[in-house]
Design a protein. Structure first.
Length: 198
């Protein structure tokens, strides 16, 4: 479990935060070597991840689908089936194309402004990290960069990781940040529902 009293950034209150288990890969990179996200130029795959692009297109298609459904239910049903097929293909591509599937899952405290995660080493405050997140619920792979805000040895025993590190996102595509927000809200709702049921 990630400590609750570890702040990531001053703006942390702007975003919801959730404890989760996700596949996370990180590596230290040199300052100045960031591959900045492309500005939105009409090419969704240049400006965000595949999952975020599909999510954006899905929102746009819902408006059209509602109109189609009013005039022809059969065509609307067919389009829904095609949408499911496309999502299955996208999930398969993501699973085949990322090393994150084989990466160990880690306990994290996640928000749209940063992430605290378990790790195997002590990192230095100010280190720049390339961070890859696999959000299983939406099969989204998000690549972003973050500055280490803190890193220290864990006090509790029994975990496969000895350290916990907090990083504030420095570069993240806006569509990917929106996808993170949706993931956090969805996980919070699931946890609230589970808590009520128990």
């Amino acid at each position: 479990m990630i400590p609750k009293d570890m702040p990531l950034v001053d703006e942390r209150r702007r975003f919801f935060r959730v404890d989760d288990e996700i596949n996370l890969f990180y590596k230290k990179v040199e300052h100045g070597s960031i591959n900045k996200p492309a500005e939105s130029n009409g090419d969704l795959l240049n400006s965000c991840s595949l999952a975020a692009a599909l999510d954006t297109l899905n929102q746009e298609s819902q408006v059209v689908l509602a109109r189609v459904e009013r005039s022809n239910v059969d065509i609307a049903d067919y389009l829904k089936i095609m949408d499911k097929k496309i999502n299955l293909v996208a999930r398969s591509i993501l699973m085949d194309s990322t090393e994150l599937v084989d990466e160990q899952s880690r306990s994290v405290s996640l928000s749209a402004s940063g992430v605290a995660f378990e790790c195997e080493e002590l990192l230095a405050e100010g280190d720049l990290l390339e961070i890859r997140l696999l959000l299983a619920s939406s099969m989204a792979v998000i690549v972003c960069y973050g500055d280490v805000v803190y890193s220290h040895k864990k006090t509790e025993a029994g975990s496969k990781f000895s350290y916990v590190t907090g990083a504030a996102f420095k570069e993240i595509k806006e569509q990917d940040r929106e996808l993170l927000i949706k993931h956090v809200v969805k996980r919070q709702m699931q946890q609230i529902r589970k808590h009520k049921e128990s």
